[in-house]
Design a protein around this ligand. Structure first.
Ligand code: PRP
Ligand code: URA
Length: 212
């Protein structure tokens, strides 16, 4: 795992191997979706590393012990639609009891500004850890807007998980939300003239759902 201020790049061999297959333009929709779900669980493992624990008294078949257990209210995963849902599945595999927020945003292809079409979040965001998810952090306009909306609803302990980030997006996101750590599998080279991550993997939503 490599670190830079507020950003964790998960360079675990399994994550990097799966990511390479996802980048390949010849990888099928079915494989892409399965790999995204698998990598999501591994990224979530890192993003939840510092969750607070408390203790509980239990009886094993052999003895009574005081053992660690997660403290506080259930986690919230906030999926930025559509592509966030691909990561969400794998995150829920790891934390099945998590609550889920949905933030519908699409990126206007001309202005690269996010357009919101849906927002629904569980109550009590102010007392929960909230992990916002989207496979791609390109300009970061979408992620910045989504986190802003979550903060408006009270969230104050946030993280952002993505599969790929552009250096421009990381800088913009950290400038807008310096209190929100980022976990990603890669920081790629740059953005192209259309705001696509290079080398990237193309349009994550299209590759997940077989659209164009
Ligand atoms: C993609 C991606 C992010 C956004 C990233 O979504 O899933 O939400 O673009 O770009 P940005 O960092 O420059 O904002 P898109 O708008 O294509 O919508 P979709 O998930 O519905 O396909
Ligand atoms: N959205 C994507 O899905 N891919 C990119 O490279 C940039 C934005």
């Amino acid at each position: 795992m490599t670190e830079r201020e507020g950003v964790t790049v998960v360079d675990h061999p399994l994550v990097q191997h799966k990511l390479t297959i996802m980048r390949d333009k010849n990888t099928s929709t079915a494989s892409f979706r399965r790999l995204l779900r698998e990598i999501a669980a591994l990224l979530t493992y890192e993003a939840t590393r510092d969750l607070e624990l408390t203790t509980t008294r239990i009886e094993t078949p052999l003895a009574e012990i005081v053992a660690p257990t997660l403290s506080g209210k259930k986690l919230v995963f906030a999926s930025i639609l559509r592509a966030g849902n691909g990561l969400l599945e794998g995150m829920l595999d790891l934390v099945p009891a998590a609550r889920v927020a949905h933030i519908g945003l699409y990126r206007d292809p001309k202005t690269l500004q996010p357009v919101e079409y849906y927002f629904k979040a569980p109550e009590g965001l102010h007392e929960r850890v909230v992990i916002a998810v989207d496979p791609m952090l390109a300009t970061a306009n979408s992620a910045i807007a989504a986190v802003h909306r979550l903060k408006e609803r009270g969230a104050n302990d946030l993280r952002f998980v993505c599969l790929l980030a552009a250096p421009e997006g990381v800088d913009a996101f950290r400038a807008a939300h310096p209190d929100v750590p980022v976990v990603t599998a890669s920081i790629d080279s740059h953005l192209d003239d259309h705001g696509y991550i290079v080398p990237g993997l193309g349009d994550a939503g299209d590759r997940m759902y077989g659209t164009k």
